[in-house]
Ligand binder design. Structure first.
Ligand code: HAM
Length: 422
């Protein structure tokens, strides 16, 4: 029987994992400069957490969750996003008691049963940040600046920031009615999906990919033009902060996001390199979620970004990353004594932090040299009875082919010098 990975999941193989490490390291470095601290939560949670947090009527909860019953009969779900989990942990561990503004980041796999296509997977990875405990618009601006800084640091461009305000519990209900009234007379022409959304989640109609829906909503009233005083002020302040930070943005009243918890700010970061799945990142404010999940009323804002999509853009733009780490030294052995020595010496070098490889398949010297080449070792030495007797070896640099003779006793110091110079 032959097994393959599940549709919509991907193996990250050795030839590409160094790119992931580079991206993750950059994310961690930038997160640290913004004073966000890492949080890790379990891969699965009680199903009700996501149903409650993301919203029963969303596509994620309605169609995409990997939900199963464990042997004890509890309904569990592989996390489709992190925000609900982070807030669950924030409440459970009273993180808000330690400081008024809690800034957390993550980098983790998520699971959604979507139709797989380029940039859309069933297990994908997100990095993201959540700032919990503050309501001023400068925090919204900081999370946006943070996500953009990661893209800048990685060297990808151009990307577009689209911002919107989706209002709050004061201004959204009357706007919803207005919006529905506007669409009432064309209801029959709407797509089936939009008809379904009409009653329960009408704002998502603005997000429809259906051409007729798009035409029908072209001149529809938008939330951003019907904000209450407080939401309007917040949105104006956000724009002013972004301008101060010299962050270009587009106000797009059609950004509604696919999760129900948003209030006020909603935003997306788009790359034109990505085709139909063009969102690199999405986020916004969710001032009601902590309370909704059983905590004290606490405002919060955050974003999450897809790592696979980021890597796709980096590849398309031929962005340079780090090189894969290769062994510094390959110790080829000419005979049994050499093999013995190689095994023992390799251990000492490894303890000193130097990566090295030895022959573990009892190959001929010629085959070992071919292997050193295949392993892309930077240097090679050949050791046998005569080298050990003379206490001298020849250190060969593979890229140039140059060899120099050194004393066996100096090998460690020589390699340490090379290692610190890399
Ligand atoms: P989201 O828009 O559902 O937001 O996901 C954020 C990003 O994750 C997307 O922009 C995309 O890059 C990536 N992504 C989503 N689904 C997939 C998929 N099936 N395959 C590949 N990449 C995908 C959230 O998840 C919110 N929790 C963001 C947030 C945090 N809002 C506030 N705080």
């Amino acid at each position: 029987m032959k097994f393959t990975s599940i549709k919509g999941t991907k193996d990250i193989l050795p030839g590409e994992s160094h790119r992931w490490q580079y991206v993750e390291q950059t994310i961690r470095t930038v997160m640290h400069t913004f004073n966000y601290r890492e949080i890790r939560t379990p891969a699965f949670e009680e199903t009700a957490l996501f149903a409650r947090g993301i919203g029963e009527l969303t596509d994620i909860v309605g169609k995409q969750m990997y939900t199963f019953q464990d042997r004890g009969g509890t309904s569990l779900t592989l996390k489709p996003e992190m925000t609900a989990s982070v807030i669950r942990a924030y409440i459970q561990h009273n993180l808000g008691e330690q400081q008024p503004l809690v800034k957390l980041y993550y980098c983790a796999p998520m699971f959604r049963q979507e139709r797989p296509q380029a940039g859309r997977l069933r297990q994908f990875h997100q990095f993201g940040a959540e700032a919990i405990g503050g309501q001023v618009a400068s925090i919204d601006a900081e999370t946006i600046a943070l996500s953009l800084e990661i893209y800048r640091k990685l060297g990808i461009k151009p990307i577009t920031l689209k911002i919107n305000s989706v209002g709050c519990e004061v201004c959204r209900p009357p706007y919803k009615e207005k919006f529905k009234k506007y669409l009432q007379h064309v209801y029959n022409k709407l797509s089936e999906e939009s008809k379904q959304r009409f009653d329960q989640n009408p704002l998502r109609i603005l997000d429809s990919k259906d051409a007729t829906d798009q035409t029908l909503t072209q001149n529809a009233p938008l939330m951003k033009d019907h904000l209450c005083k407080e939401c309007d002020r917040h949105f104006a302040q956000l724009q002013s902060h972004l301008t101060t930070l010299q962050i270009p943005f587009i106000v797009d009243g059609r950004i509604v996001r696919g999760l129900d918890y948003y209030t006020k700010t909603a935003y997306e970061i788009i790359s034109s390199e990505l085709g139909s799945q063009d969102a690199l990142a999405g986020g916004g404010r969710y001032d009601l979620l902590v309370e909704e999940l059983g905590g004290k009323s606490t405002p919060a804002v955050g974003f999450a970004a897809g790592i696979e999509r980021l890597l796709m853009v980096m590849e398309k733009q031929k962005v340079k990353t780090n090189n894969e780490l290769m062994p510094l030294l390959y110790i080829a052995s000419a005979d049994d004594r050499g093999k013995h020595w190689a095994l023992e010496q390799a251990m000492q070098l490894r303890r000193a932090g130097i990566s090295c490889e030895v022959d573990l398949l009892n190959r001929s010297l010629k085959a070992q040299m071919r292997d050193a080449d295949r392993q892309k070792a930077l240097y090679v030495i050949v050791v046998g009875e005569s080298e050990l007797a003379q206490k001298k070896i020849s250190l060969k640099e593979m890229s140039s082919g140059t060899e120099r003779s050194i004393s066996l006793n100096d090998l460690m110091t020589e390699l340490e010098k090379i290692h610190t110079g890399i």
